[in-house]
Write a new protein. Structure first.
Length: 144
């Protein structure tokens, strides 16, 4: 019987354990098409600036966050080979560059906000291409 006591204490101690985080999931589309891949960040709006990260695959994301208000940033990039090889002096090398698939309006310049409460389970982000979108600049936000 004594060998079961530590196990029972461990079981009782873990019942109802929670990290206080809620699972939130949803869709991310850009101009009506699901994003193939992206990173989504929920940045706490409580002054602490805590960031929670999630992945988006085939237009679907999921993330675990506490209840509260968040600034949301969504970044989608791909690596692209440069068409012309670069001569580095030690021979020609094919280089890659990072291409941003979303304008900075949704990344570092984002103003997307979301509120998570006890009833929040899903939140979709249906992103549209802004008229002044600058896909080459991940820092660009909306023009004033």
């Amino acid at each position: 019987m004594r060998c079961y006591i530590p196990f029972l204490l461990l079981l009782i101690g873990c019942c109802g354990c929670s990290d206080g985080l809620k699972a939130v999931s949803g869709k991310i589309t850009y101009d009506g098409k699901p994003l193939e891949t992206a990173r989504i960040s929920f940045i706490s709006d409580n002054g602490a600036g805590t960031t929670y990260l999630g992945n988006c695959t085939n237009g679907k994301y999921s993330i675990r966050v506490p209840e509260g208000e968040f600034l949301v940033r969504i970044v989608s990039i791909k690596q692209e080979k440069l068409e012309t090889p670069i001569d580095t002096g030690a021979g020609s090398q094919i280089m890659e560059r990072t291409v941003h698939l979303l304008p900075g309006t949704y990344g570092l310049g984002s103003r997307l906000k979301v509120s998570v409460d006890a009833s929040t389970k899903t939140h979709d982000f249906l992103l549209e291409k802004p008229a002044d979108a600058d896909l080459g600049n991940p820092f660009s936000g909306p023009k004033k």
